[in-house]
Design a protein around this ligand. Sequence first.
Ligand code: T3D
Length: 258
Amino acid sequence: MIRYDVSDAVATITLDRPDAMNSLTAELKTALLDALRRAAADDEVRAVLLTGSGRAFCAGQDLREHADNLEAGRGLAGTVHEHYNPIVELLATMPKPVVAAVNGVAAGAGASLAFACDLRVASEKARFAMAFAAIGLVPDSGASWTLQRLVGPGRATELLLLGEPLDAARALELGVVTRVVPPEEVLKTARDLAVRLAAGPTRAYAATRRALAYAATHTLAESLELEARLQDECAATEDHRAATRAFLAKETPVFKGR
Ligand code: T3D
């Protein structure tokens, strides 16, 4: 259900239910959460790459399992709290960068997973479907928070209420994705970015993620205060000291993530 592979300090996590468009069952969500926890906790992993196998990135909640839960009177069976929320929180807050290789359609919570990553590289064949309203649900897995930060509240409202699919070109235009490449290049392009980030100042990247998330919901004065604290932390890192020495010696810095 999940493939987990580490090389070049990048953990590649692949949703691997291609026959069901990588739609999310409880089992797959548990495996994804485990994989993300493993990547977050492993100091040898300095960037994460999330992708899907087959023609989809992820079609969101598995609606067959969902229908079974509804029929059995279990409602959502606790999956939002138990799975979706911790998955998205970890994607958005783990202390290392996360890149999504959106190889195909990303629908519902599948789109939300991509939105929670730092960078999104999409295949020309990818599309995003804000599929929640079409089945009478509210956007979840952070889409109400992330999408409006990517495209602004006006566009986000339209996308979430009308649910019209967004092709890759339009997604790039609106800022939902950062790059669009031919399908055969999507994984390599995203992986190259992840490898580049994995060779960077991991602690400064973690601090940057924190600062951006914090600034999105705090005042300028509060954000300046957090920046000052985070800058003290970064200034004390081995990477910062070594990079400063390298600059003055006109050398290329080698970051160790410490
Ligand atoms: O507990 C909770 O449920 C709460 C959390 C909810 C979070 C959510 O994610 S809600 C949103 C759930 N996802 C959707 O509503 C998306 C449903 N799928 C679609 O809209 C379309 O299938 C796609 C836009 C993803 C792809 O369209 P297309 O035309 O490329 O493919 P298709 O023909 O519609 O689907 C291909 C197969 O995948 C098909 O199965 P079949 O007929 O070949 O046996 C289809 O049923 C299956 N499939 C697609 N999405 C899902 C799915 N099966 C189960 N669950 C899916 N989400």
